[in-house]
Design a protein around this ligand. Sequence first.
Ligand code: TRP
Length: 461
Amino acid sequence: MNEKTSLARPNTVLARAGFTSGFGVLAATLGSAVGLGNIWKFPYLTGANGGASFLLVYVLATLLVGLPVMMAEISLGRVGKANPISTLQALAPKGQPWWLIGVAGMLGAFLILSFYSEVVAWVFAYVVKAMRGSILSSDPQVTGAAFNALISDPMQSLLWQWGVLLFIGGILLMGVTKGIEAVTKKLMPILFLLLLLLCAVSLSLDKAWEGLVFLFHPDFSKITASVVLTAMGLAFFKLSIGMGTMMTYGSYFRDDQNIPLTTLRVMAADLSISMLAGIAIFPAVFTFGFAPTAGPSLVFITIPAVFSQIPMGQSLMVVFFVLAAIAATGAMLSLMEVPVVILHERLGLTRPKATLLTIFLLVILGSTSALSNSTLADFKLFGMTPFDLFDFVSSNIILPGGGIFIALFVGWVWGFDKFGGALTNKGHLQNQKVAQAVFFLLRYVSPALILVVMLKGLNLF
Ligand code: TRP
């Protein structure tokens, strides 16, 4: 049986576990959204793309494109009650290939996971480094060298990554409800409190003000087409949309869950956590003379310098990286859930086998990301290392592309009655106005906006 025909095979009905409580749904969805996107990607992209003006475009993209697409995905998932491929197949008219969005999403999940797992590997390695105190220094040279020593060592990069993959696989093997829900429920509130503490410390630094001006005072001359695409890609990445994660999580939602309200809460909490991460980092960057444009290394080289300056710095740094690891775990769980559930429900593998196969594939593909700063540093495709390429292609092409098709599907094929029914729980909730506005965005605004930003940002027109 070749892969294509088996993927297109109608879904056999399988018993599915779901989230058991309203808070569990919120916590797990938030657990997917909040991750290294907040703590690693958001600060370094904001730093590299001009600060406040980037932040502004990012917030606009989240509202105009992110929110509608997220509500669309969750609604489709909850009505379809299956993996993204089966859901789209069931909801589309016979013979129309909308299920390909699910296939693209699965590929996207593998691309994202292959570099994401490596960044998580750095975070795990930093927990250990922080405990040993070996990276605590205010000298940018020293913290930079410590980071480079880690990422340019092929053995360390690979072994930490494999450890991360096994760890996440172990949680997934425990099953949807017990695994994801139990883990995220306990950890999310702790994460929030720890970040607040870090902000308080950073705001008390000498040049905290400069950091705040950078983060909140926009300079519009910094906005270019590629900055806009980067900001929109980050909006998709942050909300975990465009590739079926939210569709999959939507399939675990209960029928009485208020989808617009849950979406808004997740967006607001996710944005707040990104802002807190920014407020924790930029005052420090300016106080100690780091370059906000440092790129992917920003968090890893700045944070140790900050902590070296304050009382109990070493313990607080352990706290910070444990916190980042926790956030990253919830996000990775949700990313892995997509290929696992597709392999399980479409190809009939048991969940444990589907999980093991996913991990095995990631060990192989992920190694190319792990080795991107050492053995494979000179191996470039389109001028990018595998790590950079996977990151670029997923955030700037696959996620926004998936977003276009999800919006078009809901706006023009699935239609207002069904979408409105999902947002109002068949009329039980007072969400009629919201449903109309969001449907209008999905039908006319989001797809066109995403397309223009993509074409301009990729320099295609
Ligand atoms: N949103 C997560 C983060 O910020 C990453 C993530 C999880 C993701 N699931 C996703 C990104 C699905 C894109 C698509 O770290």
